[in-house]
Design a binder for this molecule. Structure first.
Ligand code: ZN
Length: 331
């Protein structure tokens, strides 16, 4: 069975080294004294050759759609950020050219310069053959519903390719209010993978829906990972509590807006409880396999895919069919 995974990460250390350490630290990335440095997977992220392909082969993963793991060009203002994004995208295009049947790309954008970001997205798709864009959370505290990002949303809609809304480290004010002052490293973990990332990304989607951006760009397609970032569980509640005002301000209910324009992936989530909620809320046409390599295991993700309680036709949609269509991977 063809298997496509689309929340799969890489970095290029020589390019990342061009970002000032104080800028990286300000965004909240852990420094060299981080107690679990191995969880950062630096060497796996930097490898785009035989070892990555061997790991994919062992689990029967046909294609990784690759995206930059932070820190990235969204931390760097002006021409330097624009140059950094171009360098990342060119490096990824080279890796894809070396293994064109195995690696595909999501664009990386200089989001502090939105007009340039829209232009870089167009270049990455038209000239480099990429399949959309991945955005790591808020940029300087702003989500993509901010009016400054209208050119990026319009560009993605015009290209008919998705924006993957990936988690980013919550802003300092959010971290201070919700996550600091816990014992040991609980505050860091709770702000990121245990809770904060997922709440943050769900809020990103909801701001785009409630703020009207998805109505203004009805051709815009969003992808979110982690089995829908808790939206499958919350969607009925959100729909009910926003229904009256949505009738006045939006073209559709919030539920319909999200079901029309959002796809979800299985990245990092390999248990049945959240999958069943995702299947019931979004349906098999909107769920796509992903791993979150190298932070999650290809083997574990593959075993989960094989064990899903779905028909062979739905398993094929989740494994590759939905992604092939949404990202135009086959052509
Ligand atoms: Zn990820």
């Amino acid at each position: 069975m063809r298997i496509v995974a689309l929340e799969e990460h890489f970095t290029v250390p020589r390019i990342a080294a061009g970002i000032a350490p104080e800028v990286v630290a300000r965004r909240g990335f852990p420094g060299p004294d981080f107690p679990w440095a191995q969880t950062l997977k630096r060497s796996e992220l930097a490898e785009l050759g035989a070892a990555r392909l061997a790991d994919m082969d062992q689990s029967g993963i046909s294609v990784q759609v690759l995206s930059v793991a932070g820190p990235g060009a969204d931390l760097v203002p002006g021409q330097a950020g624009i140059d950094l994004a171009r360098a990342y995208n060119d490096a990824l295009a080279e890796a894809c050219a070396r293994h064109p049947t195995r690696f595909r790309g999501f664009a990386h954008l200089p989001l502090l310069a939105p007009e340039a970001a829209a232009a870089e997205l167009e270049r990455a798709v038209r000239d480099l053959g990429f399949h959309g864009v991945l955005v790591n959370g808020a940029t300087d505290g702003r989500f993509l519903d901010h009016p400054m990002y209208a050119p990026v949303l319009a560009q993605a809609a015009a290209l008919e390719l998705p924006i993957y809304l990936h988690p980013g480290i919550p802003t300092p004010a959010v971290r201070a209010a919700y996550f600091d002052d816990l014992p040991g490293n609980f505050g860091f973990t709770l702000a990121l993978s245990a809770w904060g990332w997922h709440a943050d990304t769900a809020i990103h989607v909801l701001r785009l829906a409630l703020g009207g951006a998805l109505d203004r760009h009805p051709g815009l397609r969003l992808v979110i990972g982690h089995m829908g970032e808790a939206l499958p569980f919350m969607l009925d509640r959100i729909d009910e509590t926003t229904a009256a005002e949505a009738k006045l301000r939006l073209r559709r209910s919030v539920r319909q807006t999200i079901l029309d324009q959002v796809w979800i992936t299985t990245s990092g989530f390999f248990t049945l409880t959240p999958f069943m909620a995702a299947l019931m809320a979004f349906g098999a046409d909107r769920i796509m396999f992903s791993v979150d390599y190298p932070f999650a295991s290809n083997a574990r993700a593959r075993a989960f895919l094989d064990a899903l309680p779905v028909s062979p036709a739905d398993r094929a949609k989740i494994a590759h069919g939905n992604a092939d269509r949404l990202l135009r991977l086959a052509g």
